[in-house]
Design a protein around this ligand. Structure first.
Ligand SMILES: Cc1cc2nc3c(=O)[nH]c(=O)nc-3n(C[C@H](O)[C@H](O)[C@H](O)COP(=O)(O)OP(=O)(O)OC[C@H]3O[C@@H](n4cnc5c(N)ncnc54)[C@H](O)[C@@H]3O)c2cc1C
Length: 494
């Protein structure tokens, strides 16, 4: 099989390239990938390694962002153990092949979870979650989706720190966000990580062992420092579905943007209660060629009600729907559903703002103008604010700190998100120009870090980190040949 492939595939490559079937094809990369895949055919074989067939096609076209679902990796590796990932990475490294890793498939960033003329490692067969009550640790395999993890662990009364939307894979923990103010960022809750380095070595990194620098860099470093094959996490003792220790839900508004923005800015500036969680999403849906506003506020409090001094401003604004009530943590984690709609081009961009009403109003005006001007391209546009209280940053520091190293809390991570209309397979150049202008119009407040989970792939997220210089040193130590940055797509700046 391997020998036959070596002979026929270059011919196929030329034919398919000429027919325009491969986006971004490159013959040198292809030959390198072919060498890696041939090697992997021998070492791992089918079904762990596949280059065609139904499982290959499903995996190759699985990405949430339509832009990432039109690639044909030279082969796909479906590991079931860390050993398989080591073998794959060694073959990739020896052949100098391009590669990509895919866990939950939910990145919006073009090219980050797919590869053309390279090897794709996809974690769809590594999706276990377990809880060890003696060690008080959660262990997750890298392909598990948050929803699966939360559901599997609920009977034990524990949960990992997750973001609000449950469709994502656990790699969002590598990337960092998802948060609970009392616990820090999701990544702050790593206890131990098994990591396959670029040369195929497997190491276990903790806050105190010889790989403590790597461990810290993985908390915010996205895919640049290795492939995580096991996450051991500090659990949150949430109780089960029956323990309704939280209060909150959804509130929907179809107007009152100004009041909502003022309430959000004040919350960001003043609220530092680690029991309070808030997400505010201003959404424009394009219906019959017009923007229709839906503003979504999701307040939660780990207590019997929403305290008036924290959430009173939001509660005073007339809404069109409210589901507020007692909830379990399980309910809180599932409030926004799966967000798993496929088949559209998706785009994220990030900013970060201190809690200042004028800044928030200004951001809204620019975003609204952008949405209106380019509306013919969109199904929807979203401007979302996630408050990061100081308690969250301090909780992370108490657990050893991360490489994001925010100067302190009391700011909002700002997400700018567009879902493009059906039929578009790429972002039109004029919209990219508009997106770039929007980034200039909503710059981050000085010194604040951007969320790597919610950025545009061209944004300099790592440069915005407090420990950027240290991050570069750690990268140089673990990947002196710069193999990762030269052979896989991901955040820029290393
Ligand atoms: C509907 C929706 C809602 C979202 N809401 C939130 C939110 O509320 N909060 C938030 O923080 N983020 C949110 N995100 C962003 C999301 O968390 C990130 O895009 C995250 O990276 C997705 O993880 P994944 O495993 O699905 O990604 P994938 O697309 O599979 O991978 C993303 C990146 O991580 C790398 N990677 C994957 N697995 C590994 C691994 N084991 N080791 C090393 N690198 C790896 C990949 O190579 C890729 O670069 C949302 C995304 C969507 C689609």
């Amino acid at each position: 099989m391997a020998a036959i492939r070596l002979l026929i595939v270059p011919v196929l490559f030329v034919a398919q390239s000429a027919a325009g079937l491969f986006p971004r094809s490159n013959e040198t990369n292809y030959i390198a990938a072919l060498n890696a895949c041939t090697q992997l055919d021998v070492l791992l074989g089918f079904p762990l390694v596949q280059s065609s067939g139904p499982s290959y096609e499903t995996a190759a076209t699985n990405a949430w962002n339509l832009q990432n679902s039109e690639f044909h990796p030279t082969c796909i590796v479906f590991p079931t153990t860390s050993d398989h990932v080591q073998v794959a990475m060694r073959a990739i490294y020896d052949a100098k092949s391009h590669y990509a890793v895919q866990a939950g498939s939910h990145t919006a960033m073009k090219f980050w979870n797919v590869v053309q003329d390279g090897v794709l490692i996809i974690f769809s067969n590594m999706r276990n979650a377990s809880y060890d009550s003696v060690k008080d640790s959660i262990t997750l395999q890298p392909g598990i989706h948050w929803a699966e993890a939360v559901t599997a662990l609920e009977p034990f009364g524990v949960a990992p720190v997750v973001s609000e939307v449950l469709a994502q894979g656990s790699s969002s923990a590598v990337a960092s966000p998802g948060s609970l103010p009392s616990q820090g960022y999701a990544a702050d809750n790593f206890k131990e990580l098994d990591v396959v380095l670029v040369n195929g070595d497997l190491v276990t990194a903790t806050a105190t062992n010889e790989y403590s620098d790597l461990f810290r860099a993985l908390k915010g470093g996205a895919n640049r420092f290795g492939i995580v094959t096991r996450y051991e996490l500090y659990p949150v003792h949430t109780g089960t579905k029956d323990n309704q220790t939280w209060f909150g839900g959804l509130m929907l508004f179809n107007s009152s943007a100004e009041a909502l923005l003022n309430a959000t800015a004040r919350y960001v500036r003043e609220v530092d209660d680690p029991k309070a969680v808030l997400l505010v999403s201003l959404i424009n849906t394009v219906t019959d060629g017009e923007l229709v506003p839906t503003y979504l506020v999701t307040p939660f409090y780990n207590g019997p009600n929403l305290p008036e001094d924290i959430f009173g401003d939001f509660l005073a604004i007339p809404n069109i729907l409210s589901t507020l009530g007692p909830m379990s943590y399980f309910d809180v984690a599932g409030t926004l559903g799966l967000g798993d709609d496929r088949g559209y081009v998706q785009h994220f961009g990030a900013s970060a703002l201190v809690g200042d009403e004028a800044l928030f109003q200004d951001a809204f005006v620019h975003w609204q103008n952008f949405s209106e001007f380019y509306k013919d391209n969109f199904n929807s546009t979203t401007l979302a604010f996630t408050p990061i209280p100081d308690s969250q940053i301090q909780a992370g520091r108490a657990k050893g700190g991360n490489i994001i190293d925010a100067p302190g809390g009391r700011f909002a991570a700002v997400q700018i998100y567009e879902q493009f209309k059906a039929g578009l397979t790429d972002i039109p150049p004029d919209v990219i120009t508009g997106i770039d202008s929007l980034f200039e119009q909503i710059p981050p407040s000085p010194g604040l870090p951007l969320y790597v989970n919610e950025c545009d792939s061209r944004q300099k997220v790592f440069e915005s980190y407090g420990s950027y210089e240290l991050m570069k040193q750690i990268y140089a130590k673990y990947d002196p040949e710069r193999f990762n940055v030269e052979h896989t797509e991901g955040p820029i700046g290393l």
